[in-house]
Design a protein around this ligand. Structure first.
Ligand SMILES: NC(=O)c1ccc[n+]([C@@H]2O[C@H](COP(=O)([O-])OP(=O)(O)OC[C@H]3O[C@@H](n4cnc5c(N)ncnc54)[C@H](O)[C@@H]3O)[C@@H](O)[C@H]2O)c1
Length: 327
């Protein structure tokens, strides 16, 4: 059996999940990993029997790879994608695509010109409960959308500064914007408001809210808050005619679908692993078994554009008509 030679840049939290998934697959060989903190790269390399690099560009230059996973913080995007494209190496990249639109647009243009296979970590789309929600909404489109990312502030050093993470809206709530696009369709207008960062805790807002008008006529709001000591609610709630659909994420492998109709309530809780599912899908694209990933770079760009517009609208207290050519 041919084993695909893969590398991973970034060896933090989410890289660990991808590497764990990839290490369990017979047709994958984890060849090398890289991290800006060399010690971290070495530890991870030892765990997976791979070579360590102190720099992602060195990994891309020095290794012969079938694909690379880019699991770095939002501020680190751009040079890594450019190097992967230069060397013709397909890449799976974690969301968000960048802290802003400029870097993501430049990468998207180069990906389109190169024809390279890409995949992006909007993992909710790989859940069976999301497919079930799609089926339920097929004949009864959503009319009201309410989304939430109400959580603690992540402990990683880069998160609380907008220049490093983008913001909570761009870094976390982007999953909710993606799911809303997937289940309800494109957003036509977005207005917003935000509450400033807690004192001495960077400049990512304490809370933010986006008011959305969808092309379908549905309306809604998606809100973010980072001032709790726990994850309270990460969810998308949809109201259609005589139907309520609520999808909640409690952890990467802990999701719930709650469906309410006039006949009663049905709750399904699942431990399916969407990280494994998206990695398997991307490998199958590389092996020619699938034409493309569910969320290739250009599709992720549309979600990123929506999250960036929501962030900009909140920052300036303005309303934006999409697509947002000023971004
Ligand atoms: N799909 C999901 O649900 C999900 C969950 C968690 C994180 N993420 C995303 O994954 C990305 C990383 O998040 P994380 O939680 O793993 O962060 P993390 O801080 O735990 O890990 C990031 C790692 O990247 C390294 N790094 C930074 N710049 C680098 C560079 N230029 N080259 C090589 N290594 C570099 C850091 O040293 C760190 O070890 C973020 O964009 C985040 O939004 C996605």
């Amino acid at each position: 059996m041919r084993r695909l030679r893969v590398g991973c840049v970034g060896t933090g939290f989410i890289a660990g999940k991808h590497l764990h998934a990839l290490a369990g697959l017979d047709d994958v060989e984890i060849v090398a990993v890289a991290d800006a903190v060399p010690e971290r790269a070495r530890e991870t390399a030892d765990r997976f029997g791979a070579r360590a690099h102190g720099d992602g560009l060195a990994l891309l230059e020095g290794e012969d790879l079938d694909a690379v996973w880019l699991c770095v913080p939002p501020f680190a995007h751009g040079p890594l994608e450019a190097a992967a494209i230069d060397r013709g190496v397909p890449f799976f990249v974690e969301k968000p695509l960048a802290t802003d639109m400029a870097v993501a647009r430049t990468v998207a243009d180069r990906v389109a010109a190169s024809g390279l296979a890409t995949g992006v970590g909007y993992h909710w789309r790989h859940l069976d409960v999301v497919r079930r929600a799609e089926e339920l909404l097929a004949g009864r489109p959503a009319q009201l959308v309410t989304g939430y990312w109400l959580d603690k502030t992540p402990p990683v050093a880069w998160w609380a500064r907008r220049e490093h993470s983008g913001s909570q809206v761009i870094e976390q709530t982007t999953h909710i914007f993606d799911l809303a696009r997937h289940l309800v369709g494109e957003v036509a207008t977005v207005a917003g408001a935000e509450r400033p960062a807690p004192d001495g805790q960077g400049d990512v807002p304490a809370a933010a809210s986006a008011l959305l008008g969808f092309a379908s006529g549905a309306v809604g709001s998606i809100s973010s808050a980072r001032v709790l000591g726990w994850r309270h609610r990460v969810a998308l709630h949809l109201v259609a005619e005589d139907l309520v659909v609520e999808i909640t994420e409690r952890g990467l492998t802990d999701h719930e679908l709650r469906v309410v109709t006039a006949d009663g309530e049905d709750v399904v809780r699942t431990d399916e692993d969407p990280i494994l599912a998206e990695d398997r899908e991307f490998l199958d694209v590389l092996l020619g078994r699938l034409p493309q990933a569910r969320v290739p770079y250009d599709e992720a760009l549309r979600t990123h554009a929506l999250a960036c517009a929501a962030d900009r609208a909140a920052r300036h207290g303005s309303a934006i008509t999409l697509p947002d050519d000023d971004a």
